[in-house]
Structure formats: structure tokens, C-alpha cells
Design a protein around this ligand. Structure first.
Ligand code: PLP
Length: 459
């Protein structure tokens, strides 16, 4: 580590200076920088940054393959999946790769979640246990059914629902549990599944942000009665908008397939509209893009995995930086986001936020701060709007709604308990698609700040 580090640091000093100035002049400047030591001075204090090239790239990435597929769908005149086969082919292919019997595509992750809950029979007056630390879509699909989202506090080490608190939240009205795998990081799904099994409550996994994350070699989204994926443009596998429902229960999946298609029997055994439903179909255009993106995604996922593991391995050798807690030793995170625990006592008292600022000045886009959770979906205005709506007031008694309101106190999520876990985080979906050299820039920026930590502490 030490030897390669000093060689790398030398290379970085020179390459960073070359990147700024270019060519021979760059070499001269590099020598000057080294002679004056400016490459060793933190960029925050006027030194040469480790990196000047941006990590960002245009996203989503596409080329003539997506263009050709789109044109093919256009020219086929089968724009709707009822007449084409691009949607259906993707469903079969994706189900096989994910390791489930069936996949039903929909027009979004939100509608995939909503269809799952509705096909499981969740409805007015029911309760669904979930996490407050998620995108609002997870909650919207519950309240839109006139059911109550019962929020369970989060594990301060991960931000995922605290599985140890779930049992206490179960009542006779609990009809489903919706854990969320956020940012490519699996929730405590095995423990959640065993609690759910004990109480005979179905689980709908919100794996919208975590396609290809795994626990013990099983992909998240395949543990529950259903698992839902989002292909919205900012995710790692994208079609602009789009979603998938995954599952092994044939009858439930038949209902889901019917539900997204206005209640038609997917096997056409029954005529008419035997199922409740709506139109949540994905178009052939979306599926054409998705099919090409999926080929690209598999390759990108491998690169992200290799780079992510390398960077994590290297950075956690720095005393004071630790990998985020995993619920199983055999967990595959997908590095959609990346987080490390940070112990300021090992960095001369420099806070995670100041440390991150110094690394950012070196050209590496990271954030740092206390892992504090405030806000949370249980604090969103939409919730009270629902509780006050005519529909909710008809379904729930005033006493029940008041009791519910009083239960919306979550010590960790509300930041009420002492919870000073500091962390360094980064949006690595794009950054971890870079080269080994790019990753070495990230590592070197951290080392440079560590070498200068005393000066940073005094500043
Ligand atoms: C955790 C989570 N759940 C659900 C969704 C909804 O997915 P979509 O935007 O595809 O409807 C998202 C999308 O951002 C999400 O991040």
C-alpha cells in the first residue's frame, strides 16, 4: 500500500499538473510545482488540485444502438405492447436474469409498487409498514389506496428500516410490509422476510434504486411476494420512465399483469376484464430503449462493481474511514451512491464536512456531514392532506387518525436522539464508470488531505 501509494502520488502530482497545462509546458510546470511543492499543498489553500477533469458525463449514455432500436419500433407500427413483442421479450429475459419466474413491465416504479399492493388486496382501512427514509412514491402508493403508511424508524447505521422495530408495529390491520433498498444498498431483507413469514404478511420490496444489488447471491427485489424496479432516467438501468414487478407467485403475477393492462386476463383464457386494473403499460419505444440499455447496464454494472470495490478497499485502509454496515457479509452493493463512515477523532478533529470540502477542492465531487435524518416522508404535507380528506375520514375514525398522528414520532429519523454518525458520501453512478486512473485520483485526493490534516485542522 505504502509503496504503490507514493508512486501513485507522484504520478498524480505530475498528471494533475499536466492536465491543467498540457504538453511540454505542462512538464515544465510540473517540475516547478514539485520544486515549490504546490502539488502537495491542498487545493483549498491554493495548491495544485489532484484532478481538474470533470467526472460528470452526459446521462443517459446512448449511441446508434438505441437509435436503431427506436427506429425499428417506430417503423414496426406496433407502438403499443399489445401488438408488439419488445415488452414481452424483455420481461422474459429480465425475469430469467433476476432469478424469478415472472416479470411484468409497467410504465414506472410507482405504478409497479401500486399494482403490487392492490393485487395483494391492500385497500381502504388497511395498514402498510414501511420506511420514512425513501422517495415519496413508496408512500403515495399506500395513501392512494386509503391505507395508512405505518412508519418504522430507521437503523442509524444504514438509513434502512430498522427490522428490529417492525414486529412492534404489526397490528391486525397490517396487510403488507414495504422495505426500501436505497441507493443500491440492500435493506435487512432476510430478517424482514423471516418476521413477515412468522406473521404471514406479504412483503413488497421497493428495489427501485437497487437493481442487481444482492444478499447471499440473491438479487434484491426477488425475496418478497413482489419486488419493484424503476427504470426512470436517473436510475442505473433506464428507459426514461418504466418499471418492473418481479415475483414467483403465478396467481399474484397474473393479477399484476392484468392490473397494468386495464384488467385483461394476460393469458386471454377469460374474455372481458376479469381483474381490477388501470393502464400502466410500458410502450414498445420504452422497451426498445430498455433492451439496448440493459446490454449497456450489465457492462456498466461490472465496471462500477470493480471500481467501487477497489476504491472502498483502498479508502478503508485509511484509519478513521470504515465501510458502511452490511446486514450480511455476502452483500453486493451496486454503488449507485457510496457512503463511508467517518471518525473525526482519527482526523485531528476535522469534521466530515470540512474533510469533504478539502477533497472536493482536489476535484473529487463528494459530500460529508453527520448522518442526520430529518424531514422524512412522515413529515411531508401530503400525509396530513390525506388524513384530512373525505375518503380517509370516512374510512378511519377520528380517534384512530389522532392516534396515528401521535405515532408519527421517530426518534432517529427526527434527529431527536444523539446520533452523531459522520459520513462521507458520493453519487457514484457515473463517477465509478471511470478508468483505474480516475479511481486512483479519488484515492490520492483522500491521501493528500490526510497528509495535510494537521494544516486543515488549524485552518
Ligand atoms: C425508492 C423509490 N421508490 C419508488 C420510486 C418510483 O419510481 P418511478 O419514478 O419509476 O415511478 C423511486 C424513483 O425515484 C424511488 O427512488
Amino acid at each position: 500500500m505504502k509503496t504503490s501509494y507514493s508512486r501513485r502520488s507522484f504520478l498524480k502530482k505530475t498528471s494533475a499538473a499536466l492536465a491543467i497545462t498540457g504538453g511540454t509546458t505542462g512538464a515544465v510546470c510540473t517540475m516547478y510545482a514539485q520544486a515549490t511543492g504546490s502539488a502537495n499543498v491542498l487545493a483549498l489553500f491554493g495548491g495544485t488540485p489532484v484532478r481538474t477533469k470533470s467526472f460528470s458525463t452526459n446521462w443517459p449514455i446512448f449511441d446508434q444502438h438505441e437509435e436503431k432500436a427506436l427506429l425499428q419500433a417506430l417503423r414496426s407500427r406496433n407502438w403499443c405492447c399489445l401488438r408488439g413483442n419488445v415488452v414481452y421479450d424483455f420481461e422474459k429475459n429480465f425475469a430469467r436474469d433476476m432469478g424469478v419466474q415472472q416479470c411484468v413491465l409497467s410504465n414506472g416504479g410507482t405504478t409497479a409498487l401500486g399494482a403490487s399492493l392492490q393485487c395483494l388486496g391492500v385497500g381502504a382501512g388497511d395498514e402498510v409498514i414501511t420506511s420514512p427514509h425513501t422517495f415519496i412514491a413508496t408512500i403515495n402508493v399506500i395513501t392512494n389506496l386509503h391505507a395508512l403508511p405505518v412508519f418504522v424508524d430507521i437503523d442509524p447505521d444504514t438509513g434502512s428500516i430498522d427490522a428490529g422495530l417492525i414486529e412492534a408495529a404489526i397490528t391486525e390491520n397490517t396487510k403488507a410490509i414495504v422495505p426500501v433498498h436505497l441507493g443500491g444498498f440492500p435493506a435487512d431483507i432476510q430478517r424482514i422476510m423471516s418476521i413477515a413469514k412468522k406473521h404471514d404478511i406479504p412483503v413488497v420490496e421497493d428495489a427501485c434504486q437497487s437493481v442487481y444489488a444482492e444478499v447471499d447471491s440473491q438479487k434484491v427485489g426477488t425475496f418478497g411476494a413482489t419486488g419493484c424496479i424503476s427504470f426512470q432516467e436517473w436510475k442505473t438501468l433506464v428507459s426514461g420512465e418504466g418499471g418492473a414487478i418481479l415475483g414467483n407467485d403465478q396467481e399474484l403475477m397474473r393479477h399484476c399483469a392484468g392490473f397494468v393492462n386495464n384488467g385483461r386476463d394476460p393469458e386471454r383464457k377469460k374474455s372481458g376484464y376479469p381483474f381490477p386494473g388501470s393502464n400502466h403499460r410500458m410502450t414498445e419505444f420504452q422497451a426498445a430503449v430498455l433492451t439496448e440499455q440493459y446490454k449497456r447496464f450489465k457492462e456498466q454494472d461490472q465496471i462500477r462493481q470493480k471500481n467501487g470495490r477497489y476504491v472502498e478497499e483502498q479508502l478503508t485502509q485509511i484509519p478513521g474511514l470504515r465501510s458502511r454496515k452490511r446486514y450480511s457479509p455476502n452483500t453486493r452493493i451496486t454503488y449507485f451512491y457510496f457512503e463511508l463512515d467517518y471518525d473525526h477523532t482519527r482526523f485531528a478533529g476535522v469534521s466530515a464536512s470540512d474533510f469533504a470540502k478539502a477533497v472536493r477542492a482536489e476535484g473529487i465531487p463528494i459530500s460529508g456531514g453527520t448522518r442526520q435524518y430529518h424531514g422524512g416522508c412522515h413529515r411531508e404535507g401530503m400525509l396530513e392532506e390525506h388524513l384530512r380528506s373525505r375518503g380517509f375520514e370516512r374510512v378511519f375514525s377520528k380517534a384512530r387518525l389522532d392516534h396515528y398522528r401521535a405515532s408519527l414520532r421517530l426518534p432517529i429519523m427526527d434527529g431527536l436522539t444523539e446520533n452523531k454518525r459522520e459520513m462521507i458520501s458520493a453519487d457514484t453512478k457515473i463517477a465509478f464508470l471511470g478508468s483505474k486512473r480516475d479511481m486512483d485520483d479519488i484515492i490520492e485526493a483522500f491521501h493528500k488531505v490526510v497528509r495535510n490534516i494537521g494544516k486543515l485542522a488549524k485552518a
